[in-house]
Design a protein around this ligand. Structure first.
Ligand code: HEC
Ligand code: HEC
Length: 278
């Protein structure tokens, strides 16, 4: 008797489990894949993603990334709100485009490569080793921001689906003089008359700024970014304003870029970053 009842109970429990699974599976598949849910996974995986976000925010000062940064900039200085501002060089969706063809490197690069390139150029620093803690954490964070989105590898450019649109302006039609006036009115309060910024307002030219190899050192790229990102409190620049200001900003000196000065020692270019437990 007792045995029979236990069997019945177990059968009922099994049916209930199957029904529960069916129910939860159908409710999961009914959810649209986008927008990303952004639920942080638990444990060490979630901690790595969270570390990546911290490093994006405190790149120039955090002990893990400071040795790899040669200026006053953090990733969030240009990828606003830690890369979550949908317009200003957002990280959302970026991971869906990689591996991608890179005309500059003349090879297919991974998202991790792309992250490390910004260290060498925009942050004027030394490339962290592939597989190193900061490299993996930042790449994990950026990938997490693309979770649930459709993969669309980019055969032309290392660029995600929400990259800043390039303004249809010609650099030769820029007025540096007008750009200088606009800079004094709209930018100098935060970035300083002499472009060196202060406190939370990063420098926009000079020795503590991005180098000549950075995307923003290209006047049209800078204009395109300014149009969607600055002034920080109110983005109200016309295409011509953005171009003129960008041309003015880029007439000033900034660090030169020579690739060999930004690579780590050859033995440190890549590294096996796992603890050997078995
Ligand atoms: C001085 C501004 C600046 C800083 C600082 C900067 N970036 Fe960038 N980053 C850019 C710009 C501009 C682009 C787009 C480049 C282009 O269009 O050529 C870009 C592109 C990228 C991309 C590719 C985006 C895509 O759509 O595929 C990644 C990934 C990236 N940056 C990561 C980082 C990380 C990580 C850091 C910090 C270590 C960083 N960046 C610091 C300006 C910056
Ligand atoms: C209200 C203050 C404010 C104003 C006005 C402002 N910015 Fe910024 N700007 C910032 C801050 C703050 C950041 C960094 C973003 C962050 O850390 O969240 C930034 C980032 C930048 C960057 C990328 C990082 C760097 O330093 O290279 C550039 C370039 C830039 N601003 C140019 C300009 C220009 C040009 C104007 C005028 C059209 C302007 N900004 C107006 C506050 C301001």
């Amino acid at each position: 008797m007792i045995v029979k009842n236990v069997r019945l109970l177990m059968a009922a429990a099994a049916i209930a489990t199957v029904m529960f699974q069916l129910k939860s599976e159908s409710s999961v598949s009914a959810q649209p894949p986008t927008p990303p849910t952004r639920i942080l996974p638990g444990g060490a995986f979630g901690e790595t993603i969270r570390l990546g976000e911290t490093l994006v925010e405190q790149t120039a000062t955090h002990p893990l990334t400071k040795p790899h940064v040669g200026n006053a900039l953090n990733c969030t200085s240009c990828h606003l709100k830690n890369g979550t501002d949908p317009k200003a060089a957002t990280f959302i969706g970026v991971a869906t485009a990689y591996p991608a063809w890179s005309p500059r490197e003349r090879r297919v690069i991974t998202l991790e490569d792309r992250v490390l390139n910004c260290f060498m150029r925009s942050c004027n620093g030394i490339r962290p080793p592939l597989g190193s803690k900061p490299s993996v954490a930042i790449t994990a964070y950026i990938t997490w921001l693309s979770d649930g989105q459709v993969l669309r590898m980019n055969a032309e450019n290392p660029k995600g689906p929400n990259a800043v649109p390039r303004l249809a302006v010609k650099p030769e039609s820029a007025s540096i003089e007008r750009g200088g006036l606009l800079y004094s009115n709209k930018c100098a309060t935060c970035h300083g008359k002499d472009g060196d910024g202060e406190d939370d307002h990063p420098p926009v030219w000079g020795s503590r700024s991005f180098n000549q190899g950075a995307g923003l050192a290209d006047t049209v790229k800078l204009a395109s970014w300014l149009k969607v990102a600055m002034p920080l409190d109110e983005t109200d620049l016309s295409d011509q304003d953005s171009l003129d200001i960008a041309a003015f900003v880029n007439t000033h000196d900034r660090p030169a870029f020579d690739l060999k000065n930004h690579l780590p020692d050859e033995s440190r270019l890549g590294e096996y970053n796992a603890e050997q437990t078995r």
